[in-house]
Design a protein around this ligand. Structure first.
Ligand code: ADP
Ligand code: MG
Length: 859
């Protein structure tokens, strides 16, 4: 390899320290990247890859982005989960000897960005850390640098529980030990899409003490210190605005595993991954970004404590009924800025005067907000209002010091009010006075010389001057003026007097700009001392905002306040909160749910597309809405407080982790069975679908039985295996319900109504007909069905079975397979259809085959 230039040597040395980041290497007006960085950046940023001569024969891949437009490129990389190290020239290239000295001045990472254009308004941006301990526990610490929030949880149920905890939270980056096994690292990175960072050495610094008062466990301390160590070492940032770490006791919240978070589409939809169509989308009637972030947190962690739930409901109730006052409240909230992030930026030192004016305006709203809350006249709401304490002193400082409409820059003056600082006033007076004197001088000179067009001007190079047009030069008296500059048709002059005043004015102006900057920093510093107050205020305002949002959405969508009772759940005319919003008004068919100790398991049958899944999801969503303190979509509800919700719904493959639908189904079922208690809610939607009929049916039956006998959780179980409805006879707490459909002139009409008892038939072929499969094919399918139904097929074993006996089914299945009817006399499509081994196919494969067959006869 040819010898590298000294500059490239410097590059390689710096790059070695930032292996996992793109190194933006400053070269004149560009940030350049080389080697693999260049190849990857060219791909990710869609910029041109060039080459640079690296020595005699080698050429080095290179690409670059202009310095002045780098921000957009950095943002793109950060959003894709990369890190960017900014390497600047730290000495003047003109005076440097040899290679210009360069240093990394900032490492920008997804979890540590503070720039508002890289943050989403209504969303937290967490950097987390993870520590694994020998006793099998894990500790996870979360920090949002933009708000200063710190939270820590101890997870004692092994690695899976860690993944469930981290899933679906806005975590952009996680700090781990490089000793964490590769496989686990891979899961964090690939399955959860989180950027990994490493901090091996963990030390507890004395300055963390005030932040960690609440942490009484060494394991929590370890995770927290890992996080703070990383932030300090890599970001070189002050930790001033960080809040006291709050311990999340996971057992205090309704636990939702990752499957449920995903399947229930709480904050984002499965397919489009967006907020639109999620429960959050329906419920988010908050007026501030702070409120929107808090709502999302509440949705992730519904409550278990009845008193806390009732308190929220009580407030929502009050806000619901005082709709005039609520309107006022919303209007006030709309004019409150994001105080939480403002506080973060004040501490971090990147606020300008405009931000502080926003802070002032927000703080000035507090008394009005407080008064409006008192008007509801409810003890619970009064208590919230009491929490709102306006830092009077701060508002005074801000009001006395800053002009109402300051410029963006804090270094060019025009931000401090007259009368705030005496010295500043003196400078301003001097400058104003000087300018006044000059204006008067202009008048005087005009008069004395009798030159009407004489004027006094100013430019940066020559300062103040007297300008006389060439035509008038003969009118000037001798010797009084000194010529300074000649223009095409005018001459410019100065006088000693003018220069003297000029010095005074310029000095005063320069000093006043400098002083304004100093004063601004002082003001910022003063506010910094009040950050905990501001944070508390922001927290209370967010809470009020979420609760008024609940009241607003409850009124708009006609939700009702749930009652919480022991042991018996009854919902009258319940609805699906999201589907009813996307359907034509009034077309959603409401349904009742009733579960208690006698009826713990509902076995739901009914044709495809009739509303089984919808019914199950709407129950789970109703439970969650109730436990976050919101009213619920129904006419009346008595709810039970559930400790956990487990779901097996939908057919979204966990493609990233490379698991098949069926494997995911089984994992989700296992997860429910391993963790559910008699206080839990389990939703199992058409389990066993991903495998052959008898296999699937056997598993489905065994799972229901197991839950019924051993777990006692409230369970909704939908199935397309009609045979399972016979279980009602053997399982005392299981009840059959079905979704009603009617046959009308050979077509099915879905009524979406849940009725007692089992569905009488499957209607699968009717759905195929609705999908407009060819008539001949439908006829043939009907014939096959009749034949199959006339064959002896195994009814489910209704006495209690032991797991070992399941092999029965497999043998029977084989027997049926062997006598499958085949008809070769018709056209090739019919023949192919006849030859299809349905028992070996998943529904998806069957669908694909049908599609292929249909296509072949359509053309
Ligand atoms: P299944 O699980 O029985 O196949 P789904 O629950 O997926 O059926 O429902 C299919 C479609 O039927 C839904 O997307 C929705 O449009 C409609 N639907 C379901 N339940 C109702 C209802 N209660 N009222 C009105 N439409 C409904
Ligand atoms: Mg379904």
């Amino acid at each position: 390899m040819a010898k590298l230039t000294p500059m490239m040597e410097q590059y390689i040395k710096i790059k070695a320290e930032y292996k996992d980041a793109f190194l933006f290497y400053r070269l004149g007006d560009f940030y350049e990247m080389f080697y693999d960085d260049a190849i990857n950046a060219a791909r990710e940023l869609e910029i041109t890859l060039t080459k640079r001569a690296g020595g005699k024969s080698d050429s080095i891949p290179m690409c670059g982005v202009p310095y002045h437009s780098a921000e957009g490129y950095i943002k793109t990389l950060i959003e894709k989960g990369y890190k960017v190290a900014i390497c600047e020239q730290v000495e003047d290239p003109k005076t440097a000897k040899g290679v210009v000295k360069r240093e990394v001045v900032q490492l920008i990472t997804p979890g540590t960005v503070m720039e508002s254009n890289m943050l989403k308004e209504g969303e937290n941006n967490y950097i987390a850390s993870l520590s694994q301990f020998k006793d099998g526990t894990h500790a996870v610490a979360y920090n949002d640098l933009s708000t200063g929030e710190n939270r820590i949880a101890l997870i004692s149920h092994g690695w899976d529980a860690v993944i469930h905890e981290l899933y679906n939270q806005p975590i952009r980056e996680i700090v781990i030990s490089s000793n964490l096994p590769d496989e686990l690292q891979g899961q964090l990175k690939e399955r959860l899409g989180i950027t990994l960072s490493y901090q091996d050495e963990v030390t507890f610094n004395a300055e963390y003490r005030s932040l960690s008062e609440n942490l009484n466990d060494e394991r929590l301390m370890k995770a927290f210190s890992r996080l703070l160590n990383y932030i300090q070492h890599t970001q070189k940032r002050s930790l001033d605005h960080l809040q006291k770490a709050e311990v999340i006791q996971l057992q205090d919240y309704l636990s939702l595993d990752m499957y449920s978070k995903r399947n229930l589409e709480l904050t984002e939809t499965i397919i489009k991954k967006g907020k639109h169509g999620s429960l959050l989308w329906v419920l988010d009637k908050t007026a501030t970004a702070m409120g929107s972030r808090m709502l999302k947190k509440w949705l992730e962690r519904p409550l278990l404590n009845r008193k806390q739930i009732e308190e929220r409901l009580q407030i929502v109730d009050g806000l619901y009924h005082g709709f005039m006052e609520r309107d006022t409240l919303r209007e006030i909230l709309k004019s409150v800025y994001d105080m939480e992030r403002l506080a973060g930026r004040i501490a971090f030192g990147n606020v300008n005067a405009r931000d502080l004016i926003q802070l002032k305006q927000s703080l000035q709203k507090i008394p009005e907000l407080k008064n409006t809350l008192y008007q509801f006249n409810l003890p619970e709401i009064n208590r919230l209002a009491d929490e709102l304490i306006m830092p009077e002193h701060l508002v005074q400082v801000l009001d006395a010091s800053l002009v109402d409409d300051p410029p963006v820059s804090i270094k060019e003056g025009a931000i401090i009010k007259d009368g705030y600082n005496q010295q500043l006033d003196t400078y301003r007076y001097a400058s104003k006075n000087g300018k006044q004197w000059i204006a008067e001088l202009e008048q005087k000179e005009k008069k004395e010389t009798n030159i009407k067009s004489l004027k006094i001007g100013y430019n940066r190079v020559f300062g103040y001057y007297i300008e006389v047009t060439k035509a008038n030069l003969h009118l000037l008296p001798e010797g009084r003026y000194e010529r300074k500059q000649t223009l095409t048709n005018a001459e410019r002059y100065i006088t000693p007097e003018l220069k003297e005043k000029e010095t005074l004015i310029l000095e005063a102006e320069e000093k006043s700009v400098d002083l304004e900057y100093i004063l601004f920093l002082e003001i910022r510093e003063k506010i910094k001392n009040h950050i905990p107050e501001l944070q508390h205020l922001a927290d209370t305002v967010s809470k009020i905002d979420v609760l008024q949002g609940f009241a607003t959405v409850s009124e708009a969508n006609n939700y009702k306040r749930p009652r919480f009772v022991e042991g018996k759940l009854t919902i009258k005319n319940g609805r699906h909160p999201v589907i009813e919003q996307v359907m034509k008004q009034g077309s959603f068919v409401p349904n009742d749910v009733s579960l208690d100790e006698e009826t713990r398991v509902l076995l739901i049958t009914g044709p495809n597309m009739s509303g089984k899944s919808t019914y199950m999801r709407q129950l789970a969503l109703t439970v969650i809405m109730g436990q976050i303190g919101c009213f619920v979509p129904c006419d009346e509800a008595d709810l039970i407080i559930f400790d956990q919700i487990f779901t097996r719904i939908g057919a979204a493959d966990d493609l990233v982790s490379g698991q098949s639908t069926f494997m995911v189904e089984m994992l989700e079922a296992k997860h429910a069975i391993a963790n559910a208690t008699d206080q839990s809610l389990i939703l199992l939607d058409e389990i066993g679908r991903g495998t052959s009929t008898y296999d699937g049916m056997a598993l489905a039956q065994a799972i229901v039985e197991y839950i019924h006998h051993n777990i006692h959780a409230k369970t909704l179980f939908s199935t397309h295996y009609h045979e399972l409805t016979a279980l009602e006879e053997s399982l005392s707490s299981l009840k059959n319900v079905h979704v009603r459909a009617e046959e009308h002139e050979g077509n099915v009409v879905f009524l979406h109504q849940i009725k007692e008892g089992a569905a009488d038939q499957s209607y699968g072929i009717h759905v195929a007909k609705l999908a407009e499969l060819p008539d001949a094919l439908i006829e043939r399918a009907t014939a096959i069905l009749q034949q199959l139904e006339s064959d002896d097929k195994p009814a489910p074993i209704t006495e209690k079975i032991e797991s070992g006996q399941l092999s029965f089914f497999v043998d029977d299945a084989k027997a049926v397979k062997e006598k499958q009817p085949v008809n070769r006399s018709n056209g090739s499509v019919i023949e192919e259809l006849a030859n299809m081994n349905l028992f070996e196919m998943t529904p998806m494969e069957a669908m694909n085959e049908l599609h292929r067959l249909q296509k072949s006869i359509k053309k």
